[in-house]
Write a protein that binds this ligand. Structure first.
Ligand code: FAD
Ligand code: FES
Length: 258
């Protein structure tokens, strides 16, 4: 974990309500797919705490992008930044997606703001010779993000929208083919639960990237805990829980209880 003074290089508007903030670091940053950064997102009392964001595409070791939906004061502040502005950041943080280390057929499911961590994962899997099917979901066509960037990494991309304005109308998990070796998912809890069910019912191994409200991002505030599937009796009451920021944000499907 390190602290950085990132400098905004570009601010893009890839879809309705979304911003891609491309930043430059003073030196190369090493990141693993699924890791995240805590970004300082304002000066006021409502933005006193930094906000968590997965890193998005990176074409250069000194560049890192963040793709986010504008939701509240922190994301509104980041959305208003212009080239040359500073973004104090801590990271990379957390445990990312495990890679199989051999060519596999992988399905990546990303719903809404769950798409950003899948770009680095698609690139890493393709570098290992894997076939990547990316299933990308959004409320409507206007809210879809990441489709062309994932295709550019060699992923086959299928799309689903809640309103049917493009692609399949319905849950992303309906689009899963039977013959995949591993599932990776990030997005709404309902989708993660369904992927967990599929995996634990004898389906492919699966890894889920979770989100939780985070105050510190590095394990001390306990604001981000989720239940362990198997409590650890050696840790007493605390053994029922695990921290999304330290033990996660990526968990194997069998490790978490929703
Ligand atoms: C590990 C991690 C990675 C993330 N990566 C991304 C990303 O790549 N792109 C992106 O758009 N967002 C991402 N998020 C979510 C992002 O941190 C929140 O959207 C952001 O903090 C909102 O800040 P805000 O001040 O704009 O809104 P706030 O006013 O803080 O929140 C707006 C609304 O969203 C809810 N909310 C805020 N944070 C979370 C959360 N973590 N989980 C569930 N509900 C929440 C609040 O309760 C409130 O209702 C990530 C979160 C985590 C934990
Ligand atoms: S955010 Fe503080 S312990 Fe996880």
């Amino acid at each position: 974990m390190r602290q950085w003074e990132l400098v905004v290089a570009e601010s893009l508007r890839p879809a309705e309500g979304y911003v891609e903030l491309r930043c430059e670091a003073p030196e190369a940053i090493e990141t693993a797919p699924g890791q995240f950064f805590m970004l300082r997102a304002g000066e006021g009392p409502d933005t006193y705490l930094p906000r968590a964001f997965s890193w998005y595409r990176r074409e250069d070791p000194r560049r890192v992008s963040f793709l986010f939906r504008v939701q509240g004061p922190g994301t509104a502040h980041l959305a208003a930044l212009r080239p040359g502005d500073l973004v104090p950041a801590t990271g990379p943080l957390g445990r990312g997606f495990p890679l199989p280390g051999r060519p596999v057929r992988a399905a990546l499911l990303g719903g809404g703001v769950g798409v950003p961590p899948l770009w680095g994962l698609a690139r890493a899997l393709r570098a290992q010779g894997s076939e990547v099917l990316a299933l990308v979901g959004a409320r409507s066509r206007a809210h879809l993000v990441g489709v062309e960037d994932l295709r550019a990494e060699g992923a086959q991309v299928l799309v689903a929208t809640d309103d049917g304005s493009t692609g399949y109308r319905g849950p992303l998990t309906d689009l899963l083919p039977a013959d995949v070796d591993v599932l990776y998912a990030c997005g709404p809890e309902g989708m993660l639960r369904r992927v967990q069910e599929i995996s634990l019912a004898g389906g492919p191994e699966a890894y889920l990237a979770l989100e939780a409200p985070m105050a510190c991002g590095y394990g001390v505030c306990l604001g981000c805990v989720v239940e362990r599937a198997e409590p650890d009796p050696a840790l007493g009451e605390y053994g029922k829980y695990q921290r999304v920021c330290r033990e996660g944000p990526v968990f194997a499907a069998g490790e978490v209880r929703f």
